[in-house]
Ligand binder design. Structure first.
Ligand code: 5RP
Length: 249
């Protein structure tokens, strides 16, 4: 169903992409083609890789007349859905989602993820938790053996602003490492999430840890809203390579 003219446009578009962007696009397109069917409610993640998935969704909606409802995980995702003329939904009217697709900052071999590099971890985790299947798309730079091996900024933790210092002290005294309050680009002040909160990036000591236990412990600290540790949530991960091939795990 791809016309020759369309293929040429695609070819040119691909040639303009950097190797990393080609890898992201390959993973995103395969995930959408393998998992998205007609009449589905789909969670839309945040970040740069999800843009390729939304573009592909939009192409398929136009070409195959698919009826999809898209649930955003951030303001950015909401804008993406609207810009691509996809049907916008929410968890109030669609509390149960067929499929959520999202990027990740790192993925280990147990499919434990670090997410939240873009600060959208809380809504991303809520949407993923409402989905029957949670599909992750990323490039090979995110694929690791031990969490923390690739993504050096640490685990993002969304916190209530007035509690960021006590939370920082509690995590440091329990586990060590370094906790950095995420600052905006101009360093004029802290990054404020879509939920009005701050982010602490926890550069944890680099050892193999029980992430499920740590995630639960972190969430017990008053003022912690959510962590960027996604344990036991991903159904499948598509990892794109720059040559356009995709590893699945
Ligand atoms: C945002 C996220 C993103 O999914 C994650 O940072 C990956 O982003 P990208 O696709 O740009 O690499 O968790 O909060």
């Amino acid at each position: 169903w791809i016309s020759e003219a369309y293929k040429d446009v695609e070819l040119r578009r691909n040639m303009a992409l950097t190797p990393v962007e080609s890898a992201k696009k390959a993973a995103a397109c395969l995930a959408v083609d393998d998992y998205v069917k007609d009449n589905k409610i789909i969670g839309i993640g945040s970040g740069s890789t999800i843009v390729y998935a939304v573009e592909r969704l939009s192409e398929r909606v136009q070409q195959e007349n698919l009826k999809l409802v898209c649930i955003p995980t951030s303001f950015q995702a909401r804008q993406l859905i609207l810009q691509h003329n996809l049907t916008l939904g929410d968890l109030e009217t669609n509390p149960s989602i067929d499929l959520a697709i999202d990027g990740a900052d790192e993925v280990d071999n147990d499919l434990t993820l670090i997410k939240g590099g873009g600060g959208c971890l809380t809504q991303e985790k809520i949407v993923a938790s409402c989905a029957k299947e949670f599909i992750v798309i990323c490039d090979q730079g995110k694929d690791s053996m031990i969490l923390g091996e690739k993504y050096k900024k640490g685990i993002p933790i969304e916190v209530i602003p007035m509690a960021y210092v006590p939370i920082r002290n509690k995590i440091f005294s329990r586990y060590g490492g370094e906790l950095i309050l995420r600052m905006g680009k101009a360093k004029a002040g802290p990054v404020v999430t879509d939920n009005g909160n701050f982010i602490l990036d926890w550069q944890f000591p680099q050892v193999s840890l029980d992430w499920d236990h740590i995630n639960k412990e972190l969430k017990m600290i008053p003022g912690v809203v959510e962590t960027g540790l996604f344990v036991g949530m991903a159904t499948k991960v598509f990892i794109g390579r720059s040559d356009g091939t995709v590893k699945e795990k």
